[in-house]
Design a protein around this ligand. Sequence first.
Ligand SMILES: Nc1ncnc2c1ncn2[C@@H]1O[C@H](COP(=O)(O)OP(=O)(O)OP(=O)(O)O)[C@@H](O)[C@H]1O
Ligand SMILES: [Mg+2]
Length: 282
Amino acid sequence: MDIASGLPPDTPVWRHAATPCLEPAAAEVLLRVSGVTKYFGQRAGCIDVDLELHAGDVLAIAGESGSGKTTLLNCISGRSQPDAGTVEFNTRHEGIQDIYRLSEPRRRLLARTDWGYVHQNPRDGLRINVSAGANVGERLMAIGGRHYGNIRTATHDWMNRVELDAGRIDDMPVTFSGGMQQRLQIARNLVTHPRLIFMDEPTASLDVSVQARLLDLLRGLTRDLSLAAIIVTHDLAVARLLAHHLMIMKDGRVVESGLTDQVLDDPQHPYTQLLVSSVLQA
Ligand SMILES: Nc1ncnc2c1ncn2[C@@H]1O[C@H](COP(=O)(O)OP(=O)(O)OP(=O)(O)O)[C@@H](O)[C@H]1O
Ligand SMILES: [Mg+2]
């Protein structure tokens, strides 16, 4: 039995992504989060969270329901301003910038170009009343793509890359299965070549069999594109498969963080120990 995944030994080896994590000193800092805190009235969303991500790093955030994972992801991805703390991103042209000090249009441009956001429910991340091809192509148009033929070719390529039948480029997303919609959402996000992608439970709405293939795809993409990613998941097997680093949250705070294998194989905090052992017993 693979620790923390609860999978039998003959399951395809679900170890974390193979790309070695670069030494912090050698790699470029992409994202730096310091003291991020968000309250909803009296209720804590997330409290005093610090993290640093380098180009190509994949970080998983795990913890029970209500522990603050989505709140934190929203704060980091520019979707919800924290009450305290800073989120700094290393922009392509202007170096490190505090994202909440950027003007709203510049932050939105960053979100459309250098970042991607994959929602748990693909319908939240797709435009359901336009074709699959338009869902991908309009992201290119939003950043200035004008040549119809080039946009069509890029869309075609991305449908292939996420293993969607490009012959269905003119079909509406509602005619796609849940797994196909999630692939389409991923293509829509990656077509602009972001350097950082945020994912909130990207596989949780899918059947287990579909999940495994999508996870394989995501692992391949993050590795091949040197894409940095922050993945919220309640599933430690997903963290094991995809992420170099793992952060465990409870009641809005980070209780443990480190290399994924280390955290899962030798958890230090009693809460992490409980999470890991509950997977083993399941
Ligand atoms: N819009 C909101 N208004 C009020 N309280 C909120 C809001 N969003 C989140 N909260 C509260 O903040 C805390 C953290 O919620 P959050 O959604 O971040 O948890 P989560 O870890 O993503 O949970 P889940 O795994 O269920 O998605 C919870 O106590 C929640 O009730
Ligand atoms: Mg959530």
